[in-house]
Design a protein around this ligand. Structure first.
Ligand SMILES: Cc1cc2nc3c(=O)[nH]c(=O)nc-3n(C[C@H](O)[C@H](O)[C@H](O)COP(=O)(O)O)c2cc1C
Ligand code: SF4
Length: 451
């Protein structure tokens, strides 16, 4: 995936070494570019508690979608009275259209591993895992080679750095559905069990892998840690915009002039992302942004002042999710796309919870009736009821977010839905809805989307 460079004044934390060394080359070459420098300096001299303090001061938030404070999670794990603790780096990247984590792991595998080592040291974990999607064969190869070379150099393994602690990192290749990226499903998969989410609480920080306290962090979250430890939490916090901390990866695509992965300040307004980083849209006619991956939400051009943070996006009906941002123009039918995403989410559900397994299927069927002109008079009310039942019965975030595409579409693009439902027309000319055979009931009260 192409890497889009931001303006020179933006500090790069995650992609700074993107072409500074050959990830298939030697450890010595990676070290000349700065790999493992922080780890070698820090681990023998700093206390685990001071590393957690730096991460808390940095206000580093999880980049796996929900934005949970990383320092707080590490503190919880470190405080558990247990003989064993684990750290798991989530590199599964469930969204099939996203390549942010993949880009990071392929271009700078040592950075991710160094962050993982610092996390393990900070919480007192002797064993850690990095879980990577099995189809990411280049990332898997480079990470395996990087783990081997770090072990051979004595940076990790038995008596790491000769400093008296053990730190083993094991790579697990995982393959499964979208929901496998959810943390409890990921942990069950590493344990060799059926990868289905568990009810939380207890959270993995208290009872995770083999019931032991476990940090689960996205690979991007961990990759920020070496910079934070080297430069201090306050310096990292200042890298964001509008009161937000640090930088984040986004993937810009759809009808933009520059598509690819970019590292941007957290909190940047969507307008600056689209116009500045992605170079605007070639035809200049933005219809909607689709943000967060298959379970994300549509936002209209009027929402371009929204800041890029999990909280702001969720308030608007989208999610940070996988970090993917698609610009769409008038040639895309949002009813069609929302229906497709709902179908995907239904197919990828694990089946443990009935409102999710059956409810998302029924939702998809309503969407399909909209786009094929077979709308029934009760469909709109049924859709509203289903969305609220599905969210109320949620066992994991998959089910809650599965309703986002349809709900955000109905919220901001009501006219386009009404054109399909009431007049049998598709303004984008994509679907072929037939004229309705019966008068429709008035629109149901909208349900607000949620992350
Ligand atoms: C359906 C579903 C899929 C998810 N997929 C991913 C994923 O692919 N990668 C990821 O890091 N987090 C994913 N998450 C979030 C994880 O459950 C978890 O919150 C995250 O890995 C924690 O790391 P963080 O605190 O660094 O964000 C998913 C959550 C849900 C509900
Ligand atoms: S909500 Fe859906 S994906 Fe989550 S456990 Fe239930 S069936 Fe599985």
């Amino acid at each position: 995936m192409a890497i889009i460079k931001g303006p020179a004044e933006w500090r790069s934390v995650l992609l700074a070494r993107a072409s500074a060394y050959d990830p298939d080359g030697s450890l010595a070459e990676a070290e000349r570019a700065g790999a493992w420098v922080t780890w070698r300096k820090t681990a023998p001299t700093q206390s685990p508690a001071s590393i957690i303090r730096s991460v808390s001061t940095a206000d580093l938030r999880g980049r796996g979608g929900a934005g949970y404070p990383t320092g707080r999670k590490w503190q919880t794990v470190a405080a558990q009275g247990s003989d064993r603790r684990y750290v798991v780096a989530n590199g599964y990247e469930a969204d099939p259209g996203a390549q942010l984590d993949r880009t990071l792991m392929e271009t700078d595998p040592h950075l991710v591993l160094e962050g993982l080592a610092l996390a393990a040291f900070a919480v007192g974990a002797r064993e850690s895992f990095i879980a990577v999607k099995a189809t990411y064969t280049t990332a898997v190869r480079r990470l395996r080679a990087a783990i081997r070379s770090a072990e051979e150099a004595g940076y990790i393994g038995q008596d790491a750095l000769g400093a008296g602690f053990d730190l083993h990192i094991e790579l697990r290749e995982l393959q499964g559905a979208f929901v496998l990226g959810e943390e409890t499903a990921l942990l069950r998969s590493i344990e060799g069990k059926r990868p289905q989410p568990d009810q939380r609480p207890p959270y993995p920080a208290e009872r995770g892998l083999w019931d032991k306290p476990t940090v689960v962090n996205n690979v991007e979250t961990l990759a920020a840690v070496p910079w934070i430890v080297a430069n201090g939490g306050e310096a990292y916090a200042k890298l964001g915009m509008n009161g937000q901390a640090g930088t984040t990866l986004v993937q810009l695509g759809g009808t933009v002039n520059r598509a690819g992965v970019a590292e941007v300040p957290m909190g940047i307004p969507l307008r600056d992302l689209l116009r500045g980083v992605a170079g605007g849209e070639p035809r200049g006619r933005l219809k909607a942004l689709f943000i967060g991956g298959p379970s994300g939400g549509f936002l209209p051009p009027e929402a371009l002042d929204t800041q890029l943070t999990p909280g702001s996006l969720s308030e608007m009906g989208a999610i940070m999710g996988s970090g993917s941002i698609l610009a769409l123009d008038g040639t895309t039918c949002l009813v069609d796309l929302a229906t497709l995403m709902t179908r995907f989410m239904g197919d990828e559900a694990c089946g443990k919870t009935i409102p999710c397994r059956i409810g998302t299927r029924r939702l998809y069927e309503i969407g399909e009736r909209y786009i094929t002109g077979r709308t029934r008079p009760t469909d709109q009310q049924l859709m509203a009821d289903l969305c609220s039942d599905i969210r109320d019965g949620a066992l994991c975030g998959h089910e809650i977010s599965a309703t986002n595409p349809l709900l955000s579409g109905m919220r901001y693009f009501r006219d386009e839905f009404d054109a399909h439902i009431l007049r049998g027309e598709c303004p984008a000319g994509v679907c072929r809805p037939l004229p309705p055979v019966a008068a429709q009931t008035p629109a149901a009260a909208p349900v607000s989307p949620r992350a």
